[in-house]
Design a protein around this ligand. Structure first.
Ligand code: TYM
Length: 337
Protein backbone atom coordinates (compact mmCIF):
# COMPACT_ATOMS: atom_id res chain seq x y z
CA UNK A 1 0.00 0.00 0.00
CA UNK A 2 1.19 3.52 -0.73
CA UNK A 3 1.59 5.98 2.15
CA UNK A 4 -1.70 7.75 2.69
CA UNK A 5 -1.89 11.14 4.38
CA UNK A 6 -3.02 10.42 7.98
CA UNK A 7 -6.59 11.62 7.91
CA UNK A 8 -9.56 11.16 10.24
CA UNK A 9 -13.12 11.16 8.93
CA UNK A 10 -16.36 10.64 10.81
CA UNK A 11 -20.01 11.54 10.41
CA UNK A 12 -23.16 12.07 12.44
CA UNK A 13 -26.73 11.97 11.10
CA UNK A 14 -28.83 15.11 11.49
CA UNK A 15 -31.85 12.93 12.14
CA UNK A 16 -32.85 14.39 15.51
CA UNK A 17 -31.17 16.04 18.45
CA UNK A 18 -27.73 14.94 19.63
CA UNK A 19 -27.67 12.53 22.57
CA UNK A 20 -25.13 11.99 25.32
CA UNK A 21 -24.25 8.78 23.40
CA UNK A 22 -23.29 10.76 20.27
CA UNK A 23 -21.44 13.28 22.40
CA UNK A 24 -19.33 10.90 24.50
CA UNK A 25 -19.09 8.10 21.92
CA UNK A 26 -18.17 10.30 18.97
CA UNK A 27 -17.94 14.08 19.25
CA UNK A 28 -15.61 14.20 22.28
CA UNK A 29 -13.30 11.85 20.35
CA UNK A 30 -13.47 14.09 17.30
CA UNK A 31 -12.24 17.00 19.41
CA UNK A 32 -9.43 14.81 20.84
CA UNK A 33 -8.20 13.95 17.34
CA UNK A 34 -8.28 17.59 16.34
CA UNK A 35 -6.31 18.58 19.45
CA UNK A 36 -3.74 15.83 18.95
CA UNK A 37 -2.82 17.43 15.63
CA UNK A 38 -1.31 14.25 14.14
CA UNK A 39 -4.01 13.81 11.46
CA UNK A 40 -6.09 16.01 9.22
CA UNK A 41 -9.64 15.89 10.60
CA UNK A 42 -12.88 15.96 8.59
CA UNK A 43 -16.26 15.86 10.34
CA UNK A 44 -19.49 15.55 8.44
CA UNK A 45 -23.21 16.11 8.90
CA UNK A 46 -24.53 13.20 6.83
CA UNK A 47 -27.84 14.60 5.61
CA UNK A 48 -28.04 12.18 2.67
CA UNK A 49 -28.02 9.32 5.17
CA UNK A 50 -30.81 10.94 7.17
CA UNK A 51 -33.26 10.75 4.24
CA UNK A 52 -33.07 6.95 4.11
CA UNK A 53 -36.08 7.30 6.43
CA UNK A 54 -38.75 10.01 5.99
CA UNK A 55 -37.71 13.53 7.09
CA UNK A 56 -39.68 16.73 7.25
CA UNK A 57 -37.70 19.25 5.11
CA UNK A 58 -37.79 22.15 7.59
CA UNK A 59 -36.89 19.87 10.49
CA UNK A 60 -34.00 18.35 8.54
CA UNK A 61 -32.63 21.81 7.73
CA UNK A 62 -32.88 22.82 11.37
CA UNK A 63 -31.33 19.58 12.62
CA UNK A 64 -28.41 19.95 10.20
CA UNK A 65 -27.66 23.45 11.45
CA UNK A 66 -28.14 22.36 15.04
CA UNK A 67 -25.71 19.49 14.53
CA UNK A 68 -23.18 21.95 13.14
CA UNK A 69 -23.76 24.13 16.21
CA UNK A 70 -23.20 21.03 18.38
CA UNK A 71 -19.86 20.29 16.71
CA UNK A 72 -18.74 23.90 17.16
CA UNK A 73 -19.97 24.15 20.76
CA UNK A 74 -18.18 20.92 21.66
CA UNK A 75 -14.89 22.37 20.44
CA UNK A 76 -14.52 21.55 16.74
CA UNK A 77 -12.65 24.47 15.20
CA UNK A 78 -13.70 24.98 11.57
CA UNK A 79 -10.22 26.27 10.76
CA UNK A 80 -8.31 23.29 12.13
CA UNK A 81 -10.88 20.68 11.07
CA UNK A 82 -13.00 20.51 7.93
CA UNK A 83 -16.64 20.76 8.99
CA UNK A 84 -18.85 19.73 6.13
CA UNK A 85 -22.43 18.91 5.17
CA UNK A 86 -22.58 15.79 3.01
CA UNK A 87 -25.00 17.00 0.32
CA UNK A 88 -22.82 20.07 -0.33
CA UNK A 89 -20.03 17.80 -1.56
CA UNK A 90 -21.50 15.85 -4.50
CA UNK A 91 -18.54 13.45 -4.69
CA UNK A 92 -19.95 11.55 -1.68
CA UNK A 93 -23.03 10.47 -3.66
CA UNK A 94 -21.03 9.96 -6.86
CA UNK A 95 -18.56 7.59 -5.23
CA UNK A 96 -21.52 6.04 -3.38
CA UNK A 97 -22.93 4.93 -6.72
CA UNK A 98 -19.63 3.35 -7.75
CA UNK A 99 -19.58 1.44 -4.45
CA UNK A 100 -23.18 0.27 -5.00
CA UNK A 101 -21.65 -1.56 -7.94
CA UNK A 102 -18.73 -2.95 -5.89
CA UNK A 103 -20.61 -4.13 -2.76
CA UNK A 104 -22.42 -7.48 -3.02
CA UNK A 105 -26.06 -8.03 -2.04
CA UNK A 106 -25.00 -10.75 0.42
CA UNK A 107 -22.72 -8.30 2.24
CA UNK A 108 -25.53 -5.79 2.69
CA UNK A 109 -27.97 -8.41 3.92
CA UNK A 110 -25.64 -9.26 6.79
CA UNK A 111 -25.68 -5.71 8.20
CA UNK A 112 -27.29 -5.89 11.64
CA UNK A 113 -28.37 -2.24 11.49
CA UNK A 114 -30.31 -2.96 8.30
CA UNK A 115 -31.96 -5.95 9.96
CA UNK A 116 -32.82 -3.90 13.06
CA UNK A 117 -34.11 -0.87 11.20
CA UNK A 118 -35.98 -2.59 8.39
CA UNK A 119 -37.18 -5.34 10.72
CA UNK A 120 -40.00 -7.55 9.53
CA UNK A 121 -41.08 -4.82 7.14
CA UNK A 122 -38.06 -4.92 4.81
CA UNK A 123 -40.31 -4.84 1.75
CA UNK A 124 -41.39 -1.34 2.68
CA UNK A 125 -37.95 0.00 3.67
CA UNK A 126 -36.29 2.38 1.20
CA UNK A 127 -33.64 1.13 -1.20
CA UNK A 128 -31.48 3.87 0.30
CA UNK A 129 -31.67 2.30 3.76
CA UNK A 130 -30.35 -0.94 2.28
CA UNK A 131 -27.56 0.77 0.31
CA UNK A 132 -26.67 3.07 3.23
CA UNK A 133 -23.40 1.29 4.19
CA UNK A 134 -22.05 1.69 0.63
CA UNK A 135 -22.63 5.45 0.85
CA UNK A 136 -20.96 5.42 4.26
CA UNK A 137 -17.92 3.70 2.72
CA UNK A 138 -17.87 6.43 0.08
CA UNK A 139 -17.98 9.13 2.80
CA UNK A 140 -14.79 7.71 4.26
CA UNK A 141 -12.96 6.75 1.08
CA UNK A 142 -13.71 9.89 -0.94
CA UNK A 143 -11.25 11.52 1.48
CA UNK A 144 -8.86 8.53 1.51
CA UNK A 145 -9.39 8.63 5.27
CA UNK A 146 -7.17 6.31 7.30
CA UNK A 147 -8.91 6.45 10.70
CA UNK A 148 -12.60 6.52 11.61
CA UNK A 149 -13.54 7.22 15.25
CA UNK A 150 -17.04 5.86 15.95
CA UNK A 151 -19.17 4.21 18.62
CA UNK A 152 -19.40 0.45 18.81
CA UNK A 153 -22.63 0.26 16.73
CA UNK A 154 -20.77 1.39 13.58
CA UNK A 155 -18.04 -1.26 13.70
CA UNK A 156 -19.67 -3.58 11.16
CA UNK A 157 -20.13 -0.69 8.71
CA UNK A 158 -16.43 0.19 8.88
CA UNK A 159 -15.54 -3.44 8.27
CA UNK A 160 -17.75 -3.33 5.18
CA UNK A 161 -15.92 -0.18 4.10
CA UNK A 162 -12.65 -2.12 4.28
CA UNK A 163 -14.17 -4.96 2.26
CA UNK A 164 -15.33 -2.50 -0.41
CA UNK A 165 -11.90 -0.84 -0.58
CA UNK A 166 -10.17 -4.22 -0.83
CA UNK A 167 -12.52 -5.50 -3.55
CA UNK A 168 -12.19 -2.31 -5.59
CA UNK A 169 -8.39 -2.43 -5.33
CA UNK A 170 -8.36 -6.12 -6.24
CA UNK A 171 -10.84 -5.90 -9.14
CA UNK A 172 -8.99 -3.03 -10.79
CA UNK A 173 -5.49 -4.16 -9.83
CA UNK A 174 -4.70 -0.92 -7.99
CA UNK A 175 -3.68 0.16 -4.50
CA UNK A 176 -5.92 3.17 -4.57
CA UNK A 177 -8.24 3.10 -1.56
CA UNK A 178 -6.85 2.77 1.98
CA UNK A 179 -8.21 0.17 4.38
CA UNK A 180 -9.53 2.65 6.92
CA UNK A 181 -9.15 1.67 10.57
CA UNK A 182 -12.12 1.88 12.92
CA UNK A 183 -11.14 3.63 16.17
CA UNK A 184 -13.48 2.43 18.92
CA UNK A 185 -11.80 3.22 22.22
CA UNK A 186 -12.55 4.15 25.80
CA UNK A 187 -15.50 3.59 28.12
CA UNK A 188 -18.08 5.51 26.10
CA UNK A 189 -18.22 3.37 22.97
CA UNK A 190 -21.67 2.12 23.90
CA UNK A 191 -23.74 4.39 26.17
CA UNK A 192 -26.96 2.64 27.12
CA UNK A 193 -30.54 3.78 27.68
CA UNK A 194 -31.23 5.24 31.14
CA UNK A 195 -34.37 3.09 31.21
CA UNK A 196 -32.83 -0.20 30.05
CA UNK A 197 -29.13 -0.86 30.45
CA UNK A 198 -29.22 -3.56 27.78
CA UNK A 199 -30.42 -1.19 25.02
CA UNK A 200 -28.33 1.49 23.29
CA UNK A 201 -29.14 5.14 24.10
CA UNK A 202 -30.69 6.39 20.88
CA UNK A 203 -32.20 9.57 19.46
CA UNK A 204 -34.95 7.46 17.92
CA UNK A 205 -36.12 5.90 21.22
CA UNK A 206 -39.75 7.05 21.69
CA UNK A 207 -39.15 7.50 25.46
CA UNK A 208 -37.40 10.83 26.02
CA UNK A 209 -36.41 9.86 29.61
CA UNK A 210 -34.23 7.09 28.13
CA UNK A 211 -31.65 9.58 26.90
CA UNK A 212 -29.92 12.86 27.67
CA UNK A 213 -30.27 15.31 24.77
CA UNK A 214 -27.59 17.95 24.38
CA UNK A 215 -30.40 20.50 24.30
CA UNK A 216 -31.82 19.39 27.70
CA UNK A 217 -31.69 22.03 30.43
CA UNK A 218 -30.14 21.43 33.86
CA UNK A 219 -33.49 20.41 35.39
CA UNK A 220 -34.19 17.82 32.73
CA UNK A 221 -30.66 16.37 33.00
CA UNK A 222 -30.95 16.08 36.80
CA UNK A 223 -34.41 14.56 36.64
CA UNK A 224 -33.42 11.96 34.06
CA UNK A 225 -30.35 10.84 36.00
CA UNK A 226 -32.23 10.77 39.30
CA UNK A 227 -34.93 8.61 37.73
CA UNK A 228 -32.50 6.37 35.83
CA UNK A 229 -33.23 2.69 36.33
CA UNK A 230 -30.88 0.99 38.84
CA UNK A 231 -31.02 -1.74 41.46
CA UNK A 232 -31.10 -1.39 45.27
CA UNK A 233 -27.50 -2.45 46.03
CA UNK A 234 -24.74 0.09 46.78
CA UNK A 235 -21.81 0.64 44.41
CA UNK A 236 -19.14 -2.08 44.39
CA UNK A 237 -15.45 -1.25 44.88
CA UNK A 238 -14.32 -2.53 41.50
CA UNK A 239 -15.54 -3.18 37.96
CA UNK A 240 -15.88 -6.94 38.51
CA UNK A 241 -18.72 -6.13 40.94
CA UNK A 242 -20.78 -4.65 38.08
CA UNK A 243 -21.30 -8.08 36.54
CA UNK A 244 -25.02 -8.61 35.88
CA UNK A 245 -25.80 -4.93 36.70
CA UNK A 246 -25.98 -3.30 33.25
CA UNK A 247 -27.88 -0.20 34.42
CA UNK A 248 -25.37 0.60 37.13
CA UNK A 249 -22.44 -0.21 34.86
CA UNK A 250 -23.81 2.29 32.35
CA UNK A 251 -24.01 5.09 34.94
CA UNK A 252 -20.45 4.34 36.12
CA UNK A 253 -19.23 4.44 32.52
CA UNK A 254 -20.99 7.74 31.91
CA UNK A 255 -19.46 9.18 35.07
CA UNK A 256 -15.99 8.04 34.02
CA UNK A 257 -16.38 9.40 30.48
CA UNK A 258 -17.66 12.80 31.67
CA UNK A 259 -14.90 13.09 34.27
CA UNK A 260 -12.23 11.88 31.82
CA UNK A 261 -11.23 8.99 34.10
CA UNK A 262 -11.82 5.21 34.28
CA UNK A 263 -14.64 3.14 35.81
CA UNK A 264 -12.11 1.68 38.26
CA UNK A 265 -11.16 5.16 39.45
CA UNK A 266 -14.83 6.12 39.86
CA UNK A 267 -15.55 2.97 41.89
CA UNK A 268 -12.41 3.36 44.01
CA UNK A 269 -13.74 6.76 45.06
CA UNK A 270 -17.43 5.89 45.39
CA UNK A 271 -17.35 2.30 46.70
CA UNK A 272 -20.26 1.62 49.06
CA UNK A 273 -22.26 4.73 47.99
CA UNK A 274 -26.01 4.37 47.74
CA UNK A 275 -27.24 4.71 44.17
CA UNK A 276 -29.39 7.72 45.10
CA UNK A 277 -26.28 9.68 46.13
CA UNK A 278 -24.30 8.51 43.16
CA UNK A 279 -27.05 9.55 40.74
CA UNK A 280 -27.23 13.01 42.32
CA UNK A 281 -23.42 13.39 41.95
CA UNK A 282 -23.60 12.19 38.38
CA UNK A 283 -26.38 14.66 37.59
CA UNK A 284 -24.25 17.55 38.95
CA UNK A 285 -21.24 16.40 36.96
CA UNK A 286 -23.32 16.07 33.76
CA UNK A 287 -24.87 19.52 34.19
CA UNK A 288 -21.46 21.11 34.77
CA UNK A 289 -20.05 19.50 31.60
CA UNK A 290 -23.07 19.79 29.31
CA UNK A 291 -24.65 23.14 30.25
CA UNK A 292 -21.85 25.19 28.61
CA UNK A 293 -22.20 23.10 25.42
CA UNK A 294 -25.96 23.50 25.22
CA UNK A 295 -25.92 27.23 25.93
CA UNK A 296 -23.24 27.74 23.27
CA UNK A 297 -25.36 25.70 20.83
CA UNK A 298 -28.35 27.93 21.54
CA UNK A 299 -26.21 31.04 21.00
CA UNK A 300 -24.91 29.74 17.66
CA UNK A 301 -28.43 28.81 16.52
CA UNK A 302 -29.40 32.48 16.84
CA UNK A 303 -27.23 33.18 13.78
CA UNK A 304 -28.01 30.50 11.17
CA UNK A 305 -26.42 32.61 8.41
CA UNK A 306 -23.04 32.27 10.16
CA UNK A 307 -23.52 28.49 10.36
CA UNK A 308 -24.30 28.43 6.63
CA UNK A 309 -21.12 30.40 5.92
CA UNK A 310 -19.06 27.91 7.93
CA UNK A 311 -20.64 25.01 5.99
CA UNK A 312 -20.04 26.68 2.62
CA UNK A 313 -16.38 27.18 3.49
CA UNK A 314 -16.17 23.58 4.76
CA UNK A 315 -17.60 22.25 1.48
CA UNK A 316 -15.07 24.28 -0.51
CA UNK A 317 -12.17 22.89 1.52
CA UNK A 318 -13.58 19.36 1.39
CA UNK A 319 -13.83 19.44 -2.40
CA UNK A 320 -10.13 20.25 -2.70
CA UNK A 321 -9.68 16.67 -1.45
CA UNK A 322 -12.71 14.88 -2.91
CA UNK A 323 -12.72 16.16 -6.54
CA UNK A 324 -9.25 14.77 -7.43
CA UNK A 325 -10.01 11.45 -5.68
CA UNK A 326 -13.27 11.02 -7.61
CA UNK A 327 -11.53 11.97 -10.89
CA UNK A 328 -8.85 9.33 -10.31
CA UNK A 329 -11.56 6.78 -9.45
CA UNK A 330 -13.36 7.55 -12.73
CA UNK A 331 -10.09 7.15 -14.63
CA UNK A 332 -9.46 3.77 -12.98
CA UNK A 333 -12.93 2.44 -13.82
CA UNK A 334 -12.90 3.69 -17.41
CA UNK A 335 -15.15 6.73 -17.52
CA UNK A 336 -14.40 9.11 -20.38
CA UNK A 337 -13.73 12.58 -18.99
P1 TYM B 1 -25.18 8.13 14.14
O1 TYM B 1 -25.64 9.45 13.62
O2 TYM B 1 -26.22 7.13 14.53
O3 TYM B 1 -24.25 8.34 15.40
C1 TYM B 1 -23.12 9.22 15.34
C2 TYM B 1 -21.99 8.67 16.17
O4 TYM B 1 -22.41 8.51 17.52
C3 TYM B 1 -22.13 7.18 17.94
N1 TYM B 1 -23.18 6.76 18.90
C4 TYM B 1 -22.94 6.27 20.11
N2 TYM B 1 -21.80 6.04 20.76
C5 TYM B 1 -21.89 5.52 22.01
N3 TYM B 1 -23.07 5.22 22.61
C6 TYM B 1 -24.25 5.44 21.98
N4 TYM B 1 -25.39 5.17 22.57
C7 TYM B 1 -24.21 5.98 20.67
N5 TYM B 1 -25.17 6.34 19.76
C8 TYM B 1 -24.52 6.80 18.69
C9 TYM B 1 -22.17 6.35 16.68
O5 TYM B 1 -21.47 5.14 16.82
C10 TYM B 1 -21.52 7.29 15.70
O6 TYM B 1 -20.11 7.22 15.78
N6 TYM B 1 -23.78 5.67 10.01
C11 TYM B 1 -23.38 6.67 10.99
C12 TYM B 1 -23.05 8.01 10.36
C13 TYM B 1 -22.05 7.96 9.27
C14 TYM B 1 -20.64 7.77 9.42
C15 TYM B 1 -20.11 7.84 8.09
C16 TYM B 1 -19.82 7.54 10.52
C17 TYM B 1 -22.29 8.12 7.94
N7 TYM B 1 -21.14 8.06 7.25
C18 TYM B 1 -18.74 7.66 7.87
C19 TYM B 1 -18.44 7.36 10.27
C20 TYM B 1 -17.92 7.43 8.96
C21 TYM B 1 -24.53 6.87 11.96
O7 TYM B 1 -25.68 6.61 11.66
O8 TYM B 1 -24.16 7.47 13.12
Amino acid sequence: MPDFTPRVFSGVQPSGGLTLGNYLGAIVKFVDWQERGTHETVYCMVDLHAITVPQDPETLRRNTRELCAGFLAAGIDPERSILVNQSQVPEHAQLGWVFNCVARMGWMERMTQWKDKAGANAERASLGLYAYPALMAADILVYHATHVPVGDDQKQHIELCRDIAAKFNHDYGVEFFPLAEPVIEGVATRIMSLRDGTKKMSKSDPVDASRINLTDDADAISRKFRKAKTDPDPLPGEVAGLEGRPDVRNLVNIHAALAGTTPDAVLAEKAGSQLGHFKADLADLAVSKLAPVSSEMARLMDDPAEIDRILARGAQRAREITVPILERTYDIIGMVR
